[in-house]
Ligand binder design. Structure first.
Ligand code: HMG
Ligand code: MG
Length: 318
């Protein structure tokens, strides 16, 4: 049996949070439905941060209360504080048939970025998250963690890998089932990725970690390969390469889901994703935001198809 890799779709949250076109709840639900239909089983759907800070996701309460419940799908939403967790729980309580929705806690490995992102220092943020995690546990809400700027920061430059390790460890202690390491501005090199994983793995099991790579400088897939070699089996990506953090200048798109799936399936990994439906979801995302998305595979496949040619697709032989 081919080894399974989980493709963790972050487009509807990370992808849309900084998009100039603000989608309606109906449009977001249409995109989420297309992603689930393509076989994605982990989808980051919304964000319970301050609507003043991230206006594009201000309607996450309504969105979560109307989420579908496709079999096997787990959603996640960003939660910065107790108030965000209460909003998530209220939204779930309004749903007639709520799907599982975990809360994602996030901390930056850069002090400056953390302050710009959540108006608090790293230590203060971690201390405040203790209360959020306790409330989540009590309410039966699962937790995921993010360490952003884990490879480097546009404000501080180099980021201490020891600090990344410490924050990841703290998030796991808080009860996060998995911590995703974010190369938020896509500056990472494969050597750095190897170094970070070597520091973490051992006490931390590979399935407790995910890689959340941005392809800003074209290095994301190289780090995916390093992650696979180290035993990592979850990779975050965003449909069409949508995305960016508004509080991190230069943070262009996340690794595109189509680019990631093309590589994984070409290498014989099983992802449970239907290729044609994934491309349909990419085309839909592009139509909804009204701009050409940066995902290379999406653009190559759409161009070949619109020219009426069958692409020489190695996936067909997998
Ligand atoms: P603050 O202004 O310091 O908050 O923001 P505060 O506690 O002083 O409260 C100020 C006001 O905000 C109050 O309202 C609160 O009620 C309200 P007022 O009394 O003035 O009317 N408020 C809230 N409202 C709704 N929901 C809440 C909430 N909390 C407070 N949860 C805060 C602090 C954390 C809220 C703010 O800084 C914030 O929302 N930041 C989030 C920014 C963000 O979402 N950034 C992007 C996500 S991280 C990322 O992109 C990286 C990642 O994707 C990984 C990667 O890509 O590598 C994860
Ligand atoms: Mg991201």
């Amino acid at each position: 049996m081919a080894p399974h890799v989980t493709v963790y779709e972050v487009g509807p949250r990370d992808g849309l949070q900084n998009e100039p076109a603000v989608l309606s709840v109906e449009q977001k639900l249409e995109l989420i439905a297309a992603l689930c239909a393509a076989g994605l089983r982990n989808v980051e759907a919304g964000s319970f941060v301050s609507p003043r800070w991230i206006p594009a996701l201000a309607d996450s309460g309504e969105l979560v209360s109307r989420l579908p419940r496709p079999p096997g799908v787990r959603f996640v939403a960003l939660v910065p504080n107790v108030q965000g967790l209460s909003r998530l729980r209220e939204a779930l309580a309004r749903s007639a048939a709520p799907p599982p929705v975990d809360a994602a806690l996030f901390v930056s490995a850069s002090e400056t970025h953390n302050r710009k992102n959540v108006n608090k220092g790293i230590d203060e943020t971690l201390a405040a998250l203790v209360e959020v995690a306790a409330a989540a546990r009590q309410g039966g809400v699962g937790l995921r963690g993010y360490v952003s700027m884990a490879w480097g920061c546009p404000y501080e430059g180099a980021v201490s890998p020891a600090r990344v390790v410490e924050i990841a460890r703290r998030l796991l202690e808080l009860g996060c089932g998995q911590v995703s390491l974010g190369d938020t501005v896509g500056v990472g090199t494969p050597n750095q990725t190897r170094d970070l994983l070597e520091r973490l793995l051992g006490p931390v099991r590979p399935e407790q970690l995910a890689l959340h790579l941005h392809d800003t400088r074209g290095g994301a897939l190289a780090s995916v390969l390093v992650g696979l070699e180290a035993g990592i089996t979850t990779f975050d990506s965003s449909i069409g390469g949508l995305g960016g953090c508004p509080y991190a200048p230069g943070a262009s798109g996340n690794l595109a889901t189509e680019d990631l799936v093309y590589l994984l399936r070409g290498m014989g990994y099983e992802t449970g994703i239907d290729w044609d439906r994934l491309l349909a979801a990419g085309a839909l995302a592009q139509e909804l935001v009204g701009r050409r998305l940066p995902g290379k595979t999406l653009q190559a496949e759409l161009a070949t198809r619109s020219a009426g040619r069958t692409p020489p697709n190695p996936l067909r032989s997998v």
